[in-house]
Structures are given as C-alpha cells and as structure tokens.
Write a protein that binds this ligand. Structure first.
Ligand code: APR
Ligand code: ZN
Length: 240
C-alpha cells in the first residue's frame, strides 16, 4: 500500500459521514466509456457534435437521431457494478458513508447495494411518456424503435436523463447539498469536474478531508489526490 492509499485508509477509518461524489470514470471499469478521456465518447464522430446529441434540442428536433445515439452509446447491455461501486456500498452498510452523489445515469451504485444515491443527471432505468407521464423501463426504450411511443396515448417516451439545456431536479440538488454540508469526508472520483452545476456542488463541502481519485490529473485545492483507477484503489481499502 503506498503513502496515498495508507492516508486514504486512515481517513476512512476516522470518518463517519463520507460523501462519495462520482462521475463517468467510476463506471469505466464496468465497461462503459467516459466522455472526455482520449478514448471517451466525445472522441468519436457522430451525425452532430456529441454534446448536441445529448441535448434537449436534439431530443425534440432530431428524435430518431437522439434515440439512435442514446441506444448505441448509453444503453449498454450487461454492465455490472465494479469494485468501486461495491466498496462505496460497503462504506454505507458499515455506517461510514451518508450519501453517493453521482453524475452517472447507469444505476450501478444502486445495483451494488447503495441506498442513498443522488442521481444529478437522472437514470436510464426510468423513462416517462412526455404526454401522459406513464412510466416505462429501459427495455421498452430498447425494443420500441426508432422512436418509443406510449401505447396508452401515443406520446413520445423520454428517458429520465438531464439533457443539455435542461435543469437538474430541485429535490435531488437539495439532497446532495444537504449531504455535502453534513459530510466529514468528501471523496471525488472519476470526474473531470467540467460540467456545471454538478461540478460546483463540491464547494458546499466544509468537512475535514477532501480526497480526489482520478485516472488523469484533476486539480482540486486542498485535496489528497490519488492518481489511478478508482476500482483498483478502493479495492485496497478495508472498511472496518
Ligand atoms: N478511475 C478513475 N478515474 C477514471 C477512470 C477510472 N477507472 N476512468 C476514467 N477516469 C477519469 C478520467 O481521467 C476523466 O478525468 O474520469 C474522468 C471522467 O471525466 P468525464 O469523461 O468528463 O466524465 P464526467 O466528469 O462524469 O462528465 C460529467 O458530462 O457529458 C456530461 O452528463 C455527462 O455526467 C456527464 C458530465
Ligand atoms: Zn402516454
């Protein structure tokens, strides 16, 4: 165990109110691509620029193109939680962690057993009819091509995912801010911290220990920075 991991072990041993703030890098070890790494989604070529593909404007004006991109790139079959998700769930089960705040929409934290999860950008597991509000699961979106229409009213079914140009859910934001204000330790992992308002939330943290775990360098003032894969690093940590 190197000095950084030893320090992390000590911090976790001493913490009772950890918040884990994660991004796409937490799910790459489950086989999902992140966005801004050199091998990330945004390095690929699409009909429109990738950030437009994930915008509300694209959803409403180029609906078939949106769903084509969404199914190909965001609805990946057979993904499972990795060591990072399981270790974070264990921190909660053993009374060390009070909340997960994630920018991811893959539902992997809950699949690993985490209970208090604030999904800032929503989830692919929830889909609602834009006309009557009826709920549909991920399989409905996969099976009903090119555009999933509500069998009840004919409305277009939309993933419960925050698209560019849309606001984050007020209640999710309020819960995340409450957790950050109450945390004694904040672990930020697998995120380039480039997308707001999500990235700005970490400014609400006032606790003792700020830890950043990331494969590429990311600068957060006053943080213990561990460079590497979050799944690998957390698998070295014992939750006592
Ligand atoms: N372990 C640790 N860090 C990793 C790993 C890993 N296994 N894999 C990738 N990373 C790091 C990369 O080095 C990168 O800095 O995770 C970071 C991922 O950054 P982004 O791709 O920008 O993803 P994220 O920060 O989650 O993006 C935020 O942007 O497009 C929107 O809505 C989308 O939620 C997303 C938001
Ligand atoms: Zn409907």
């Amino acid at each position: 165990m190197n000095a950084g991991t030893e320090r992390l072990q000590q911090i976790i041993d001493d913490s009772r109110r950890i918040v884990f703030f994660g991004g796409a890098g937490v799910s790459t070890e489950s086989g999902l691509k992140d966005f801004r790494s050199s091998d990330g989604l945004y390095a690929e070529k699409f009909k429109y620029p990738p950030e437009y593909m994930l915008s509300a404007d694209c959803f409403y004006r180029h609906t078939a193109d949106f769903f084509d991109f969404y199914r190909q790139k965001l609805l990946v079959d057979g993904i499972k939680p990795n060591a990072a998700h399981y270790k974070v769930a264990e921190m909660e089960q053993k009374g060390r962690l009070i909340a997960v705040i994630t920018q991811n929409i893959d539902g992997l934290h809950q699949a690993a057993g985490s209970k208090t999860v604030y999904e800032l950008h929503g989830s692919v597991l929830r889909n609602y009819c834009t006309k009557c509000g009826a709920f549909y699961d991920e399989k409905f979106i996969k099976d009903n091509r090119p555009i999933p229409l509500c069998p009840k009213c004919g409305g277009t079914v939309k993933p419960d995912v925050v698209l560019y140009g849309e606001n984050l859910d007020e209640n999710v934001l309020a819960g995340a801010v409450r957790a950050l204000r109450n945390a004694d330790t904040l672990i930020v992992a697998g995120t380039s911290l480039q997308v707001y308002p999500a990235a700005g939330l970490i400014d609400y943290f006032r606790g003792d220990n700020l830890v950043v775990i990331n494969r590429d360098p990311v600068s957060v003032g006053g943080a213990l920075f561990l460079q590497g894969k979050v799944g690998e690093i957390l698998s070295k940590i014992a939750i006592k």
